[in-house]
Design a binder for this molecule. Structure first.
Ligand code: NAP
Length: 278
């Protein structure tokens, strides 16, 4: 039997997703960890730690009452206004209970700034519906007592565990279809492996505030995608379609400056390529 720390009860909203399931794998050996899924799934249905939950229809309070989480991790996608409503309910719950929320946000909260990378304390500004929605939830959470919330802003997540982005690239190569690359896009990136370790650290050290969990270096989107394909030895099969959304270079990068994690939890883009080689 695995002996888990009793310190925390963790509830992952979206445990069936790419990042939710990666975070679950990292945390469940150490903490009492449960989670929600929406699409019916035989394996998850059999496990009493997993709850069927659709935020478009169901009330979250029932699950909160059963789990009594000390940490909630929000790793959901889908309807924006319904997600805002859910997070409003979560914010009310956080105020009443001894619970903290870790919210997976995105570099898109800065997508209106194209000329610079962004740091934790920069003012958020977005041109996209997705970015606007993340900002709305962030602002709601930032009004809560600081120790109640960790907002983790993520750039594109790559990694060895068949993340959606990699699967899509492999499928396009298989179908002999071109892979879209954005030569003007300068970004940072992260991996599911590193992200889950960083979240584990934030929980263990009881950290809160805003975190920028991207690589310390910046890459051009097209160069990085080509490097991934070379790392997988598929360069002779790949075709590319260059997409120019702007005339100038455009930054979409969340760099850490004020809320840095220890060295072993930081990463550079090369680390992701090395992970893919393993
Ligand atoms: N992946 C990235 O590169 C990246 C980058 C920046 C930020 N993020 C953020 O990280 C979070 C997780 O992303 P991901 O890539 O892991 O997403 P994902 O693989 O698409 O997972 C989304 C999760 O949301 C659940 N969900 C969808 N609709 C739902 C509904 N109506 N009710 C309840 N649950 C619902 C899904 O459940 P079912 O699968 O069971 O339907 C799944 O568990 C998101 O908030 C995203 O904005 C991701």
């Amino acid at each position: 039997m695995i002996k888990r720390e009793s310190k925390h009860r963790i509830l992952i909203l979206g445990v069936s997703g790419f990042l939710g399931s990666a975070i679950y794998k990292e945390l469940f050996p150490y903490f009492r960890t449960s989670g929600t899924y929406n699409t019916s799934n035989k394996t998850l249905e059999k496990n009493r730690q997993f709850f069927h939950y659709n935020y478009e229809e169901d009330d979250i309070y029932e699950i909160l009452d059963i789990v009594k989480p000390t940490i909630i991790i929000s790793a959901l996608r889908g309807d924006f206004s319904k997600q805002v409503m859910l997070h409003r309910h979560l914010a009310e719950y956080l105020l009443l209970e001894n619970t903290k929320l870790i919210f997976l946000s995105s570099a898109n909260v800065f997508d209106a700034y194209s000329k610079y990378p962004s740091y934790e304390q920069d003012k958020t500004l977005s041109n996209s519906i997705y970015g606007h929605f993340k900002i709305k939830i962030e602002n709601m959470l930032l009004r809560l007592p600081k120790e109640k919330v960790a907002i983790v802003r993520l750039p594109m997540v790559f990694g060895p565990h068949a993340p959606p982005r990699l699967t899509e690239i492999l499928q396009l190569i298989d179908l002999n279809e071109p892979i879209e690359v954005f030569p003007n896009l300068v970004m940072n990136i992260t991996s599911d492996n590193k992200l889950t370790q960083q979240i584990h650290y934030i929980i263990n050290r009881n950290k809160s505030g805003v975190f920028h969990l991207g690589s310390n270096d910046l890459v051009h989107h097209d160069d990085f995608i080509k490097e991934i394909i070379e790392t997988l030895h598929l360069e002779h099969k790949a075709k590319y379609k260059q997409v120019f959304t702007t005339n100038d270079e455009r930054y979409l990068a969340v760099l850490p400056k004020f809320n840095k994690l220890p060295k072993h939890l930081q990463l550079v883009s090369q680390d992701i390529l090395s992970e893919l080689k393993k």
